[in-house]
Design a protein around this ligand. Structure first.
Ligand code: HDE
Length: 699
């Protein structure tokens, strides 16, 4: 029997076996005519006709006896499992993690102490609010979940692309999610925060304000899954051989740097390619552009934590890098697309409670709730306590215990005992001194109560710090996002309450949003348990400051038509590829065009189906005649108008000027002559931020 390759570190696409075949060995493989494997029922019965059901006469009725029809339809009827209650839409990739710096001083975890060892990983990126079939580019937080198959068991680092969260206590999570999901009476909106119930809940939840600033920033509009940071959010503990504990926060840093889209672009991408992020990742893996992230840690002691001006157990707070710098300790590379979406991406089950000896939890009340929720949700989603036996979830190290039976038990344990201790089978599994131990933290001598610690009460200082750390364009985007979102809220008092919260964060921001919403007067500030204090600006909180001067991982679109200048196209392609970009040719006809040198050039995309939102920068190389013709083609005019509006560099030759004119494009530093390939590449590496205030009434 042909085996499907399963090595987690093998490269690219590994599927060489389209039909899953199971059985006991080659000798049993039944063959069809033509030397292909025989199609069988799930019981191994060879099937002679897969096109027609069994009927009493040629025109029916169909017979209940047709067990082949019933088996096939019954299986099909049960193909779907419940989608995740949150993070339903996701994209996952295999790869590996390699440690470059040992944390031996702090932990016994082998994954964090054995330098150079490659540990297989499976990373799943997701949106939060939308269903499994929703689009890839709504304004939403992105999940960043990594399963590391270590020698000491699976370690799941289940994080997001934002380092803080909306709420401080897990008991509020069902309400938060109910508020953001489509409204229960009307069943919309899908995958959107811009509606009454979300903002109603948020306006009544001051602790959410810091996360709201992040959610309204372009962090929730990533350009690519490959260009996002990941954060474990909570403080975890590392525990060393002497039992000493150090707190740790985990950060994933993309080697490609950060990139985001702008809002109008994200909206248009959703229509042009709902699978934009999944396709981008798929193509990157297929073409060998394997994305990489550095894993970095912030390490701090209890004494240092006690001196922070916030409580590190509060998941609405982050530790500024200026306070505790990041240390890079390793690198994750993703390099193999799953063989089967359902078996792997859908059935993978992450649980923050999956840790390894030497990594332990903190008392963060949000984390503590998560330790319960994920195992619980897998039981209903995957339907069995044996979900850990699915290949994607099973540890790659041996595992053994006396847990038995249950739905869909795949293992066939041998022997007489299924309990521990036992004396009947001395070779059976026993607890080990090298096993997981919880850090022996003093649990205090207080009384039980439902209470929020006073140290969690400052809801505005870090929200202010975040806003004030942003560049001007980023601040403008936050203000515009708030105006957009609140403009979709029908209930006036909810809008007013939100602006009241913004007054506690930054007066200027509150005023901009109030103006954008057309409020006659600023609503009163919301009562604050603790007034915001001014914290030093922290530039690492920006996106712009973390963009890289490269085109690696990005795409340039070149619009051509018959008689386009071959030399200009060639020079542009060469320069773009040298800078790391992928070049795609767009033409009015998919067959491409015949260039000025008489040679044909095939198109990668047809103009109407390949708008400029698919690219990071665009070039137009057109003959005078083609330019005049395309100036009357809406898809061509939108191509430049959108590229301009989305602050992208545009290169155009003389023939293309007619299209630029039709699109109302004004010359600026980001609009270049197509023969200036060097200038174009330089401009393409960044967005034209200066252009924005001239073309958009920013809040
Ligand atoms: Fe989750 N979360 N979450 N979450 N979460 C789930 O587990 C939950 C939270 C995160 O790609 C669920 O398997 C609670 C923070 C990711 O499969 C569920 C609370 C962070 C994923 C669940 C939180 C996350 C999930 C739904 C508040 C960032 C997708 C399906 C206490 C650190 C994992 C599932 C994947 C998924 C519960 C808050 C990240 C219901 C109760 C904070 C990346 O168990």
């Amino acid at each position: 029997m042909a085996k499907t390759k399963t090595s987690p570190v093998s490269k690219g696409r590994s599927s060489d076996n389209a039909t899953p075949r199971r059985g006991h060995g080659d000798e049993l493989q039944q063959m069809a005519d033509g030397n292909q494997p025989a199609l069988t029922t799930n019981q191994g019965l060879p099937v002679s006709d897969n096109q027609n059901s069994l009927k009493a006469t040629p025109r029916g009725p169909t017979l209940l006896e047709d067990f082949i029809l019933r088996e096939k339809i019954t299986h099909f009827d049960h193909e779907r499992i419940p989608e995740r209650i949150v993070h339903a839409r996701g994209t996952a990739v295999h790869g590996h993690f390699e440690l470059t710096r040992s944390l031996e001083k702090y932990t016994t975890a082998k994954i964090l102490t054995e330098k150079g060892v490659k540990t297989p990983v499976f990373a799943r990126f997701s949106t939060v609010a939308g269903g499994a079939g929703s689009v890839d580019t709504p304004r939403d937080v992105r999940g960043f979940a990594v399963k590391l198959y270590t020698k000491e068991g699976n370690w799941d680092l289940v994080g997001n692309n934002i380092p803080v969260f909306f709420i401080q206590d897990a008991i509020k999570f069902p309400d938060l999610i109910h508020a953001v999901k489509m409204e229960p009476d009307r069943g919309f909106p899908q995958a959107a925060t811009a509606h009454d119930t979300f903002w109603d809940f948020i306006s009544l939840t001051p602790e959410a304000m810091h996360m709201v600033m992040w959610a309204m920033s372009d962090r929730t509009l990533p350009r690519s899954l490959r260009m996002m940071e990941g954060f474990g959010i909570h403080s975890f503990r590392l525990v060393n051989a002497s039992g000493d504990s150090t707190f740790v926060k985990f950060h994933w840093r993309p080697r490609l740097g950060l990139q985001s889209t702008v809002w109008d672009e994200a909206v248009k991408i959703a229509g042009a390619d709902p699978d934009f992020h999944r396709r981008d990742m798929f193509e990157a893996i297929q073409t060998g552009q394997f994305p990489e992230w550095d894993l970095a840690v912030q390490l701090f002691t209890q004494e240092e934590a006690d001196a922070f001006p916030f409580d590190h157990l509060d998941a609405t707070k982050l530790i500024p890098e200026e306070l505790v710098p990041l240390t890079v300790i390793g690198k994750m590379t993703l390099d193999r697309w799953p063989d089967n979406f359902f078996a792997e991406t859908e059935q993978v089950a992450f649980c923050p409670s999956h840790v390894v000896p030497g990594i332990d939890f903190s008392n963060d009340p949000l984390l503590q709730g998560r330790l319960f929720s994920y195992l619980d949700t897998q039981l209903s989603r995957l339907g069995s306590p044996n979900f850990h036996q699915l290949p994607i979830n099973a540890p790659k190290c041996p595992f053994a215990n006396q847990q038995r039976d249950g739905h869909m038990q795949m293992a066939q344990p041998k022997g007489r005992t299924s309990y521990e201790p036992n004396s009947l089978e001395p070779g059976s599994a026993r607890a080990t001194t090298a096993g997981f131990r919880s850090f022996a933290e003093l649990a205090g001598d207080g009384s039980k109560s439902r209470i929020r610690a006073e140290s969690f009460a400052d809801h505005y200082s870090q929200a202010r710090q975040f806003y004030r750390s942003q560049t001007r364009p980023e601040q403008a985007h936050i203000a515009s996002a708030l105006v957009f979102e609140l403009s979709k809220v029908e209930t006036a008092h909810v809008r007013e309450a939100m602006v009241g919260h913004l007054r506690n964060i930054d007066d200027d921001l509150a005023q901009r949003v109030a103006d954008g919403l057309g409020m006659r007067a600023l609503p009163p500030a919301q009562p604050a348990a603790v007034a915001a204090t001014d914290q030093p600006a922290s530039p690492p909180l920006q996106i712009i400051g973390k963009m890289k001067d490269t085109l690696k991982g990005r795409a340039i679109g070149i619009l051509i038509h018959d008689d386009s200048d071959a030399a200009t196209i060639k020079a542009l392609r060469k320069a773009a590829e040298a800078a790391g970009a992928t070049v795609k040719i767009v033409a009015p006809r998919l067959g491409g065009a015949r260039l000025s040198d008489g040679k044909p050039l095939a198109a990668d995309g047809q103009l109407a189906g390949t708008p400029s939102v698919m690219f990071d920068a665009v070039a137009l190389v057109l003959s005078e005649a083609a330019g005049k013709m395309l100036a009357r083609e809406a898809a061509a005019v939108d191509f430049v108008r959108d590229a301009f509006g989305h602050l992208k560099a545009i290169a155009a030759d003389s023939g293309a000027q007619a299209v630029l004119k039709a699109g109302g494009i004004r010359n600026d530093a980001g609009v270049l002559d197509a023969t200036d390939s060097a200038g174009f590449i330089k401009a393409a590496k960044t967005r034209q931020w200066d252009r924005e205030p001239k073309l958009r009434l920013l809040a």
